[in-house]
Ligand binder design. Structure first.
Ligand SMILES: Nc1ncnc2c1ncn2[C@@H]1O[C@H](COP(=O)(O)OP(=O)(O)OP(=O)(O)O)[C@@H](O)[C@H]1O
Ligand SMILES: [Mg+2]
Length: 330
């Protein structure tokens, strides 16, 4: 795939004053990939996408998109990409049809091609029945689909989607992703940022971004495989269902031999251990000694969410160590 990268960045960096929003990114995205940029709030996802959309210049480093330099050949890039920004704005007072017409005007899509394209997009986005409805009266999921259709009016070969389904119900999110799969099959390269782990799982590769740096970049399966140990899930239950129960259970378990990491999910604990079969009875016994029952205890597989939390935690510990050590960077 080495020469087939449609997006390539070298040391791509963006500073805002002292803040390094994107820090030395080296990304290579192949033609036809669905690449997920996954990271918490403020990680640098939007800033990265803006630079790749050639609407913001890096302060250091460079990027090429479809072979064009984002700083020197911004116009060429703008015609090849579709960009659904995080705050993508439809015109609320315009109908579905009028919004599509508006974006067709912007991109100079005219005549028969425009008519055909809009009909196709309306079908594709499952909006054909709603052409006359004003955007303001569409459901959240329909708004997102219309925004996607508007981003596709000029047949871009590359599509950037910045948190396209945030705030949308799960059924609509699934439908939106079915549409993305259709685009993927058509050969469109998709760069999508998302805070949702189930969406990360649907990407061909993901880059986990944290504090402006990509901490891991690989297929979802390999990223999940990076978490050490075996996973046990348990629901701690006690007579005194107090607020402190989950914390008390966590503290009890964290100090046990063979326990690598403990994560909390609501009233569940996810415990990474060296050997699940060996440690499960020990966990149960240690909790029982604190008058806590280990309900629904089972061995399970790490999902993207556990991997993500674990990898970020590791990164935080590493950064804390570097900041503390006298020779380390500040
Ligand atoms: N124009 C700007 N001026 C100053 N700081 C900015 C600007 N844009 C972004 N930042 C800062 O850069 C960092 C990265 O922001 P960015 O919007 O890229 O993150 P994000 O991963 O998209 O976050 P979110 O998930 O909340 O959308 C944040 O600390 C943000 O406050
Ligand atoms: Mg953002």
């Amino acid at each position: 795939m080495s020469d087939n990268y449609i997006i390539k960045t070298e040391n791509l960096t963006r500073k805002f004053g002292d803040l390094v929003a994107v820090d030395g990114l080296n990304l290579e995205i192949g033609q036809g990939e669905i690449f997920g940029l996954v990271g918490p709030d403020g990680a640098g996802k939007t800033t990265t996408i803006r630079m790749l959309a050639a609407i913001m210049d890096p302060t250091e480093g460079q990027a090429t998109v479809a072979g064009y330099d984002t700083m020197k050949q911004a116009e060429a890039i703008k015609h090849r990409i579709g960009y659904m920004a995080q705050q993508f704005n439809l015109y609320a007072d315009l109908s579905v049809q009028e919004n599509l017409d508006f974006f067709a005007d912007i991109f100079g899509v005219r005549g028969r091609e425009r008519k055909e394209r809009i009909t196709q997009l309306l079908n594709f986005a499952r909006l054909a029945e709603f052409t006359n409805r004003r955007a303001a009266h569409l459901s959240g999921g329909m708004k997102k689909k219309l925004a996607l259709a508007c981003s596709l009016i000029h047949r871009p070969e590359i599509l950037y989607l910045d948190e396209p389904t945030t705030g949308v119900d799960p059924v609509s999110r699934r439908e939106f992703w079915d549409i993305l799969s259709d685009l993927h099959i058509e050969g469109v390269t998709i760069l999508v940022s998302t805070p949702y782990m189930d969406e990360a799982e649907r990407c061909s590769r993901i880059g986990l971004i944290y504090r402006g740096q990509i901490i891991v970049c690989d297929t979802p399966d390999r990223v999940k495989g990076l978490v050490e140990g075996e996973l046990i899930e348990v629901r701690p239950v006690a007579e005194d269902r107090g607020v402190g129960l989950i914390r008390r259970a966590e503290a009890t378990i964290t100090s046990l031999p063979g326990v690598l990491e403990v994560q909390t999910y609501g009233d569940l604990l996810h415990i990474f251990v060296d050997n699940a079969a060996q440690r499960a009875p020990q966990l149960r016994a240690a909790l029982a000694a604190q008058s806590i029952q280990a309900e629904d205890l089972r061995q399970t597989h790490a999902r993207m969410e556990e991997a993500f939390i674990s990898l970020i935690r590791r990164q935080q510990e590493e950064q804390a160590r570097t900041e503390k050590s006298p020779g380390g960077e500040s």
